[in-house]
Design a protein around this ligand. Structure first.
Ligand code: F6R
Length: 598
């Protein structure tokens, strides 16, 4: 689970004789491994354990702030994902009760509260009742796991807004924030609902609501295999995932064009609902947001209805105008991003219809949406999004075509033509992957870089933003993406001798003026000393005189070009990162794969 957070990690193991042993360490999981070796695995024996990898919210990434957290009497250990929003008054109350806090985290209060509930009062001696009492005191978003030294065969866990899945083995039971935690041991899993508590023993699981009444889980079989979650011979998951992009796009498209008609999957939206939509709002974060920008271009072009797009964290705080004829598209690889989830909830509360584009079956965002279109990129482990981004773009285009079909703004033969263009993309991406060595050479030739600009026009602009984001994330280099035409309104002042600038050039067979304008933009920056890395279609000779380096991409229609032009930028960022000495591109500093806090 390290991709979810890796600033510290730890485990707590009940030894079955009235004690819990906790080992935890700041830094990557390897540090914890080393500590366990030092303590001696035999000294940590037990058959009930909880573990955690942390992405710090409250308190620095230190040993003390690492999870699990102990209660004052060392009888309870807990791990927590999310934020306990009312931790401050709870902490104050515990300090007034004489409890000494061992960490700066919001999480620790849960351990002490459980020990208090178990030791005294009407829930005394009852682990389950004590856990329910504590859970009902907490506000915010949390997945919590509790173990108690006197109940060494039980783990009690709960979720509110953050993920938790049960893995059902034979004579063993698992809990995980996602299935990758236990995929090696079982393919049988159970999805929990919102505000559910689960009590597991080795043979059984029991699901309840926070008031103790019985609740039902939703069993499912995991269709990912372990190999899909391993590196498969590549140096990093990210490089493996870049190479998996042809399949990611192909699998995402599969089954969505049947007998000449575009079909979506889990649908509680009828054709009539889609027809009634008069405005689309896209909400997403980071790379998913960039894919959403492309949804805007495609839907406005194909369906002729307005599309607004907003980063999810801003959406609900500025009172967007939504009604029952608005379709809100929530795009999320993980399906758990708190900012996007809250935007979904806001949209639903305002009566809008919500369609999720998601890569993770059964995650919270699709569960709370009216309809889902799953991307089939498979597990994406590298923190920086690659194949999930391309799959999102493909899925967004499917949504655009479904809307065009419902609105009758495109004839069936036009939709079939666009579908053909889209279906041709996986093979073109496969060809394009051959550019890897040439792009790596460019990265090496660039030498030391302080800053880098990315320019595009039309659908090339989101590609420029995505290229800049990849470089920031992986190489920790300042990078900006701009619409090329905007450069002269300010950013051109940044151009100096040898500044590397990536330019994404639209197809010369598309909007002619756009192509010739960007060729002029390249000349403007070259004249001011920039070194240009030009991404242009095969056969586009106009750009040749102005490119220090030229990366060729296969011919495509204009709207499909981002599915190609993004790929070399992924390689470029990965290699510049390596040149800068960042060897572990799968886990860039300060980031987490699934951001379940707002
Ligand atoms: C960038 C990246 C992030 C995510 C963003 C949204 O490489 O991975 O910007 O795209 O955090 O995550 P999801 O798609 O899971 O909602």
């Amino acid at each position: 689970m390290e991709y979810r957070g890796y600033d510290s990690s730890g485990v707590a193991i009940a030894d079955g004789q009235g004690h819990i042993n906790v080992v935890k360490k700041e830094g990557k999981l390897a540090n914890l491994d080393a500590l366990i070796e030092q303590v001696g695995p035999d000294n940590l024996a037990g058959t009930t354990a909880i573990g955690h990898t942390r992405w710090a919210t409250h308190g620095r990434p230190t040993d003390a702030n690492a999870h699990p957290h102990f209660s004052f009497d060392k009888k309870v250990a807990i791990v927590h994902n999310g934020i306990i929003e009312n931790f401050a008054p709870l902490r104050e109350q515990l300090i007034n009760d004489g409890v000494e806090m061992a960490s700066e985290t919001d999480s620790e209060v849960a351990a002490h509260l459980l020990a208090q509930a178990y030791n005294d009062g009407e829930t005394a001696g009852d682990f389950e009742a004590s856990a329910l009492k504590v859970l009902n005191q907490l506000e915010g978003a949390f997945t919590l796991l509790f173990v108690h030294a006197d109940h060494p065969d039980t783990v009690i866990a709960a979720r509110r807004s953050t993920p938790l899945i049960v893995g059902v083995g034979e004579g063993e039971m698992f809990l995980g924030s996602d299935v990758a935690a236990f995929i090696e041991f079982t393919k049988n899993a159970v999805e929990l609902g919102q505000d559910n508590v689960v009590v597991i023993t080795k043979d059984d699981y029991k699901i309840m609501n926070f008031d103790g009444t019985t609740a039902e889980g939703k069993p499912f079989t995991i269709d990912w295999d372990l190999a899909a979650a391993e590196k498969g011979g590549y140096d990093s998951f990210m490089l493996k995932e870049i190479h998996e992009q042809p399949e990611a796009v192909r699998d995402t498209l599969a089954g969505h064009f049947v007998d000449g008609r575009v079909v979506l999957d889990e649908q509680n939206l009828t054709e009539q609902d889609l027809k009634s939509i008069d405005k689309v709002f896209v909400v997403a974060c980071g790379s998913a947001y960039h894919s959403g920008l492309l949804a805007k271009y495609a839907i406005e072009h194909w369906v002729r209805i307005p599309v607004e797009i907003e980063v999810a964290s801003e959406f609900r705080y500025r009172d967007p105008v939504l009604d029952s004829r608005t379709l809100v598209m929530a795009i999320s690889q993980s399906g758990e991003t708190a900012d996007t989830l809250e935007a979904v909830r806001h949209a639903k509360a305002q009566g809008a219809k919500v369609l999720a584009v998601c890569n993770t079956n059964g995650a919270q965002i699709p569960r709370e949406s009216d309809a889902v279109l799953y991307t089939h990129a498979g597990p994406e482990i590298g923190v920086a999004s690659t194949k999930a981004f391309l799959a999102q773009v493909a899925a967004n285009y499917i949504v655009g075509l479904a809307l065009a079909q419902a609105h009758g703004t495109k004839y069936p033969d036009e939709i079939a033509q666009i579908w053909d263009d889209l279906s041709a993309i996986p093979a073109k991406v496969s060809d394009l992957l051959n550019c890897e060595d040439a792009v790596l050479d460019i990265a090496r030739e660039l030498g030391a870089i302080r800053t880098m600009l990315f320019l595009g026009r039309g659908v090339g602009f989101p590609v420029a933003l995505e290229g800049a984001l990849k470089l920031k994330e992986l190489a920790y280099i300042h990078a900006e993406g701009f619409p090329a035409g905007e450069l002269k309104h300010g950013p051109i002042a940044l151009i100096e001798d040898d500044l590397p600038v990536v330019v994404v050039v639209p197809s010369p067979r598309g909007v002619k003026v756009l192509h010739s304008k960007i060729v002029s933009n390249i000349q403007e920056i070259r004249a001011r000393g920039a070194k240009t890395i030009v991404i242009a279609e095969e056969g586009d000779t106009d750009v040749e005189p102005f490119a220090n380096w030229l990366i060729r991409i296969p011919e495509s229609s204009t709207i499909m070009q981002p599915l190609l032009a993004t790929v070399p930028l992924q390689f470029l960022a990965a290699e510049i990162a390596r040149q800068c000495g960042n060897e572990d591109i799968d886990k860039p500093r300060n980031l987490a794969k699934s951001v379940t806090v707002e």
